[in-house]
Design a protein around this ligand. Sequence first.
Ligand code: FAD
Length: 285
Amino acid sequence: MSDEEQTPIRLSFEFFPPKTDNGREKLKSVRQELNKLNPDFFSVTYGAGGSTRDNTKGIVKAMKDEGMSVAPHLSFGGDDEDSMVELLAEYKEYGVNRIVALRGDMPSGVGGGLQLVYANELVAFIEKHFPGQFELEVAAYPEIHPEAPSYVEDIRFLKQKLDAGASSAITQYFFNPDAYFYFIDECAKEGIDKPIYPGIMPITNYRNLARFSDNCGAEIPRWIRKRLESCGDNVESITATGTEIVTELCETLLDGGAPGLHFYTMNQIEPTSTIINNLDLVDLE
Ligand code: FAD
């Protein structure tokens, strides 16, 4: 296939909303730097139970004002239908045209009263109130969501979300490309024909990553654990090794037909920027 015939890959970068002025100021320079890599869009997470509602909204508004394409993450959390419609209308006013629709998790310390709304219901809700006005993304889990009743049912629930009106899915991060490729094949067997973009987690802090991965059901293969453990507390060595491993993962995914990459940047320019440069995807002129 010649260069011209190749479908350009979709690139997106995820941020979380900082809690402090200092963090917000820092994120401003991070996004301006990452914007030079020509992402298709940025996304901004939404805290469990809507805990970052105003912070998420503030960052999204600031980024729209800077002319960036940005997709807020959204879940019902504890909100009622009226406040969800209000928030979506505000996003519309800002010029937002893409939403990452999620069930989210129970905020810590919240008792039995709060009922989480499944993502397929949120997608249907958005489509009902704002038909065709937002491009909707949903989450997918190549290593299967920790609460899923079974592998096959998790895929059926993914199909439900897509059938309700989402146009594509972004995956939880993973380090084993076979898990993604197998998942894609199984999704196709269930009749899913919409793109599923791999979520990529750059490696910088092994201890945090190991703890977080246990919670969200993402597996760090033994060889990666051993390799990173041997770096000890040497941050430079962990980052260099992690960057090499994640660059190779991205290459394998793209060579195997992944339609793009979604980076969990952790609000940092590096190592996301180096990984993308390693992949030689964009002309940085
Ligand atoms: P759902 O698709 O609703 O699925 C949740 C669970 O219920 C799964 O186990 C599924 O198998 C099962 N299920 C689904 N539908 C049904 C049904 N109809 N009946 C019975 N069972 C069902 N979390 C945040 O708090 N904020 C964020 O900004 C955020 N961003 C994320 C972005 C991405 C790309 C990803 C992959 C995850 C993100 N998360 C975020 C984490 C996510 O909120 C959690 O993984 C959450 O537990 C599930 O959300 P979901 O939208 O995948 O849920």
